[in-house]
Design a protein around this ligand. Structure first.
Ligand SMILES: [Zn+2]
Length: 239
């Protein structure tokens, strides 16, 4: 694979990751906590700047007119995401790497298995998720498309030593399932002093529960009516 910069050696990969982690933790007290309490926008852009300089020799900033890193606390299904605007031709590229605060802020005790690596801390896990998204940004800049093909896997392995593309970080869904809360299951919660029981239809940061209610706004195929409730997961019990 020919790259427009010299890729790091395996020893350099680990060194870059630990140097970058040190620099980010030094400037952000929220990031130093376990679980991570907060992460500043300036820390996110420093993370990009350092990776771009050390691993990509500045290739990303030369390729993108704007590449932003943001933190979303609403993204619950993915730990990170690479989002780009479609451009017919030319180099007017704008893209965003969106990192999930929802994943990060729930991580406590490692090790975490992700992208084929075993990492010890939530902070390191965050970087390894980011590295995966950086590979999407690079592949897109180089080839105009990106996915999880063999080409992508080779890039992620060459640049970061990743040997896979999956993670075993706990999702809201798997955490809820461990407590017996899954879509289709009955669950009970209290609402304005009453105990309500219904069926879970969605699990994200909150669960959606459909509760039988003769004056409810929702109706199923058999004509039964339901009211919809959004319930924080800690307030919900299986029944
Ligand atoms: Zn991916």
């Amino acid at each position: 694979m020919s790259l427009p910069f010299v890729p790091p050696t395996p020893e350099q990969i680990a060194q870059h990751r630990s140097d970058i982690l040190k620099a980010l933790m030094a400037q952000d007290a929220g990031l130093r906590c376990v679980p991570v309490r907060s992460i500043q926008p300036s820390t996110l852009s420093l993370m990009l700047t350092l990776y771009d300089a050390r691993v990509f020799s500045g290739y990303l900033s030369r390729s993108y007119r704007a590449l932003r890193v943001t933190l979303s606390t609403r993204m619950t299904s993915a730990a990170g995401k690479f989002i780009h605007a479609r451009v017919a031709r030319g180099r007017a590229r704008e893209a965003e790497i969106r990192m999930s605060g929802d994943f990060l802020f729930r991580l406590k005790d490692g090790p975490f298995l992700l992208n084929g690596l075993s990492v010890a801390t939530p902070q390191e896990a965050f970087l390894v998720v980011f590295e995966h998204e950086l590979c999407h940004a690079l592949e897109y800049a180089l080839y105009g498309s990106t996915g999880h093909s063999a080409r992508f896997v080779t890039l992620a392995n060459t640049l970061f030593g990743h040997t896979g593309i999956r993670h075993s970080l706990p999702t809201r869904k798997t955490q809820a399932a461990a407590n017996g809360l899954i879509c289709g299951a009955q669950a009970v919660f209290s609402f304005q002093g009453r105990s309500l029981c219904g069926v879970i239809t969605y699990i994200g940061k909150t669960a959606t529960v459909m509760v039988p209610d003769s004056s409810g706004a929702y109706r199923d195929k058999k004509g039964r009516r339901y009211a919809k409730y959004r319930v924080p997961l800690p307030l919900l019990r299986p029944c």
